[in-house]
Design a protein around this ligand. Structure first.
Ligand code: GDP
Ligand code: MG
Length: 440
């Protein structure tokens, strides 16, 4: 994907507004990449439509080219759907906190129960595991092995009492946890290979009986396009408060994460990344977004481009402050201030000790002020603010408009530039000013 997008970048130049063709090219690549990552088709369609709509309404970010800007939007939307900020596990105000696991057989529930228990112990909790999967003959034993590995007790029906009632086991377990001061109860439940009504009803009954603080839907990241139907079935049948994506250590790009999060609106809380009890971590939406679209390199390029642009802008502003705040308008104003001074020249000549100031004023010819006024007033406001605009043809126009020669205009620009340089020195060093006349 990176190569294809890099190619798209080259073909696009920064323009005033993101156009449909700017956006569509990139959106097409994103669509292909999402399908490659096994995101469900409906989700891809909805997602790309939203990105397209948002991108078209977007002001151009001058730091980025359109393709980069679209990718940035894609990333923001992805992270948003995947849960934005990390979502933490919710604990009950009054312990025990009850966490119920649900999902298809083989999704990774029992393994997760052990991982969760071990992690909770590390966090200072005193969890207990509950074997409410009485469907498969060795399910209880499997949980007991996992519990032993995690160093956490397992609540299970008495052996030899025949097929137990998982709802009763779960209810009894919560009561037991209250007595034995276990602050978290993790209920492992049964799953089938496919969604079936009886299993769903059992899970729903366990939920009703134990009123869990969290119901975690465990889903295999390798499930691909089936993610949507499975997730919807569990949401309708049991409903859940959060999602755990398992087997992320495999090849799966994690498209299931986007599918499940966008069709159920439930946050993904944990990622399971192996068979060992330590292969488990809180879910990071931003990392998953990068994994799904393989955006790592592109995003860091975007970040660099934005940073370089920001620095450039800051430099420009600093330069402007240093040199360009003194405009031809200011220059004219100064000249006009000096005009009034002409009439006091004589007076000054009579004052002892004012000779130096008089000499300065002598350098300004009254007629020169009039010429300067005529020339500057023939300039457009933009030219007055930014004398760099004054090319040959503009100077000719101004000369004609003011009844002067191009040489006059050139001389004035030169004098202005000298004055501007002086202003810079004044601004930095704070040279003394003549009262009432502004800085000279
Ligand atoms: P359950 O039927 O939902 O309880 O699923 P299990 O916990 O029994 O897991 C089914 C199989 O998947 C087992 O062989 C586990 O070792 C394996 N498994 C579970 N989680 C992961 C994981 O995150 N990564 C990998 N590679 N294997 C996993
Ligand atoms: Mg199991």
């Amino acid at each position: 994907l990176s190569d294809r997008l890099a190619e798209t970048f080259k073909q696009l130049r920064t323009k005033g507004k993101l156009s449909a063709s700017d956006v569509d090219g990139t959106v097409r690549e994103i669509r292909r990449a999402l399908l490659d990552a096994d995101v469900s088709l409906d989700v891809v369609k909805e997602f790309t439509a939203r990105v397209r709509e948002r991108a078209l309404g977007d002001e151009v970010n001058r730091a980025l080219n359109p393709a980069q800007q679209v990718v940035q939007i894609v990333n923001e939307e992805l992270v948003g759907i995947l849960g934005g900020q990390q979502r933490r596990l919710q604990f009950a105000k009054n312990p025990p906190t009850v966490i119920m696991l649900a999902g298809l057989q083989g999704a990774g529930k029992t393994t997760l129960a052990g991982k969760l228990a071990k992690w909770l112990v590390k966090e200072g909790h005193t969890p207990i595991l509950v074997a409410a999967d009485l469907q498969r003959p060795n399910a209880v034993t499997q949980l007991q092995v996992v519990g032993a590995q995690a160093g956490v007790p397992v609540f299970a029906p008495e052996p030899g009492t025949g097929v137990g009632d998982p709802v009763k086991v779960a209810r009894d377990a919560v009561a037991h946890a209250e007595r034995a001061l276990h602050d978290v109860v993790i209920i492992d439940t049964a799953g089938r290979l496919g969604v079936d009504a009886e299993m769903m009803k059992q899970a729903a009954n366990i939920r009703k009986a134990t009123n869990p603080d969290e119901v975690l839907f465990v889903i295999d990241a390798m499930i691909g396009q089936d993610a949507v139907t499975t997730a919807k079935a569990f949401q309708e049948g049991v409903d859940f408060t959060g999602v755990v994506l398992s087997k992320l250590d495999g090849d799966a790009r994690g498209g299931a994460a986007l599918s499940v999060a966008s069709v159920t609106g439930r946050p993904i809380i944990f990622a399971s990344t192996g068979e060992g009890l330590d292969d488990f971590e809180p879910f990071h939406p931003d990392r998953m977004a990068s994994r799904i679209l393989d955006l790592g390199d592109i995003l860091s390029l975007i970040e660099q481009a934005q940073q370089a642009f920001d620095e450039e802008e800051a430099l420009k502003v600093a330069e402007k402050l240093a040199t360009e705040t003194f405009t031809l308008d200011d220059f004219l104003k100064q000249m006009q201030q000096l005009r009034g001074a002409g009439s006091i020249k004589k007076m000054l000549g009579m004052l002892p000790g004012a000779g130096g100031l008089k000499q300065q004023l002598d350098n300004f010819d009254e007629r020169e002020i009039v010429r300067t006024e005529a020339i500057i007033q023939s300039m457009t406001p933009a030219e007055r603010k930014n004398p760099k605009l004054l090319n040959g043809s503009r100077r000719l126009r101004i000369a004609r408009g003011s009844g002067m020669t191009v040489t006059d205009v050139n001389q004035l620009v030169q004098r202005f530039e000298q004055a501007a340089k002086m202003m810079k020195t004044v601004a930095r060093g704070g040279m003394p000013q003549i009262p009432g006349m502004g800085p000279i």
